[in-house]
Ligand binder design. Sequence first.
Ligand SMILES: Cc1ncc(C[n+]2csc(CCOP(=O)(O)OP(=O)(O)O)c2C)c(N)n1
Length: 210
Amino acid sequence: MVQTKYREITKEDLCDFEKEIAEIYATGVIKAPVHLRSGREEQLIQIFKDNSIASEDYVFGHWDSHELALLKGVPREEVKQAILDGKSISLCFPEYKIFCTGIVGSLMGTAVGVAWALQRQNQRGRVYIFCGDMSSETGIFHEAVKYAVSFDLPVVFVVCDNGLSVMTETRKVWGSPEPWFLGTKYEKKIIYFRYKNNYPHSGLGWKIKF
Ligand SMILES: Cc1ncc(C[n+]2csc(CCOP(=O)(O)OP(=O)(O)O)c2C)c(N)n1
């Protein structure tokens, strides 16, 4: 059985990891996109603790999931090697039940499907899908949350709001200062927090951002 290690992981561990990857990326040896994040370490650690996210739970993430892999219990060196191998934006460690994708919205249905299967098969475990503020505006996010609420599926959507979609200000696109789900019945399946990412959306800011 895989033991999760998140209780031992500190904010400093997460910061140090991203810093090390940034330094390696700057040398040019990683021949693939890398997405670094900072400024949300405490919120992520708290979410893993509050929800007791453990080995039987599934975590789904997107292009910015280094921290999630570490918090899910994947050993630091394994995460680092995967990033060196060019998988920063699509980290997948089936043994640890964490799956990530570089494609906006592409895992919303999968996460809900896994939650549906867990419920139908009466299995332990919950599903946590992490995404950004702009991803929470997509049609597939709406559909997935609606289905999860209607059937009370064991899935939680975690929206990490950094106010940006690549270089676009999210609120200019939303036409609203708040995300659509605040104050609705869909909130019960959503954890939402705001943070400032101290890294550029992708890489170190001196190549194209996407
Ligand atoms: C289908 C698809 N369209 C466009 C992109 C390019 N893209 C990557 S991240 C991103 C912005 C997403 O914004 P948000 O959900 O707020 O994520 P965050 O800022 O937290 O990275 C876009 C448009 C993509 N990866 N997939």
